[in-house]
Structure formats: structure tokens, C-alpha cells
Design a protein around this ligand. Structure first.
Ligand code: DAT
Ligand code: MG
Length: 138
């Protein structure tokens, strides 16, 4: 058994499009537990810490601008191998190529929008999960 906790974010596009419920439904339907949830208007400082690994990349500034553009729903989800499991539910980073059946593949749009508007974030390792949960659920 390896019960883990992960940080999931419904990004501003997901909240604005009214997809929070659908995303929560998929998390719960998979059998994961919602351990904590909050509505956050993130500031630059929080986002800079959250996306520290991407600082300096060409998409970093647009990514931060996008994440500042509206409210975010932050979720602490728990379950057996939930870190890997949610990444699998979310699908590939680019919604255009994300597999059908995934959140990004089914619900992500690409009509001139940017890759960063891909609905959700999920921690990618136990180390990042711990770090990110500390930032969003301080
Ligand atoms: P993921 O969210 O799948 O873990 P990531 O950690 O590599 O992807 O990147 C973080 C976010 O940055 C991602 O959700 C969307 C944005 N992003 C990544 N690569 C990008 C690119 N090539 N162009 C535009 N945005 C990008
Ligand atoms: Mg990532």
C-alpha cells in the first residue's frame, strides 16, 4: 500500500468554463478522496514558487499571467498512487494531443488558445506533492 496525497488545481480556464464539478466528479469516480479544497485568487509570489522549475522558459510569463487571470480551485486529494493516477486522469500537457478519456483530452480546447490553458495541474512526484501542498494549503 502506498497511500499518497497530491495537489490538484482547477486552473482559471476550468473554473471560468464551469468545469470544476466535472473535474471533481472524475477524481471521486476514480476512487480518490477529497481531503481538502479551497478557492484561491493566487498572487504572483505563490505562483512563482509553484512554478519555480519553469522560471526562464519561454512560456513562464504567459503561464503566470494566465494563472493570475482568475480564481483557481485547489484540491488535496488522497489515495493509493494518487500522484501518478491523477496525472493519468489529466492526460498529456497539450490538450490537442492529450488522449480522449482524459480531462485535457475530453475537455481541453485548442481554438487558438495556448497550451497553458489545459484545465488542471497535478503534482508529478511525492517531493513536489509535499512542496506544493505546503504552498497552497499553508
Ligand atoms: P504539466 O502541467 O503537464 O505537468 P509542465 O509541468 O511541463 O506540464 O508545465 C507546466 C505548465 O506550463 C503546463 O501545464 C502548461 C505550461 N506549458 C508547459 N509547456 C508549455 C509549452 N511548450 N508552451 C506553453 N505552455 C506550456
Ligand atoms: Mg508539471
Amino acid at each position: 500500500m502506498s497511500v499518497e496525497a497530491t495537489l490538484i488545481l482547477v486552473k482559471p480556464d476550468g473554473v471560468a468554463r464551469g468545469l470544476t464539478g466535472e473535474i471533481l466528479r472524475r477524481i471521486e469516480a476514480k476512487g480518490y478522496t477529497l481531503a481538502d479544497i479551497r478557492f484561491v485568487n493566487a498572487d504572483r509570489e505563490l505562483l512563482a514558487q509553484h512554478y519555480a522549475e519553469h522560471e526562464g522558459k519561454p512560456f513562464y510569463e504567459p503561464l503566470l499571467e494566465f494563472m493570475l487571470s482568475g480564481p483557481i480551485v485547489a484540491i488535496k486529494a488522497e489515495g493509493e498512487r494518487v500522484i501518478e493516477g491523477f496525472r493519468s486522469l489529466a492526460g498529456a500537457t497539450d490538450p490537442t494531443t492529450a488522449a480522449p478519456g482524459t480531462i485535457r483530452g475530453d475537455l481541453g480546447r485548442d481554438w487558438g488558445l495556448k497550451v497553458q490553458q489545459n484545465l488542471v495541474h497535478g503534482s508529478d512526484s511525492t517531493l513536489s506533492a509535499e512542496r506544493e501542498l505546503g504552498l497552497w494549503f499553508a
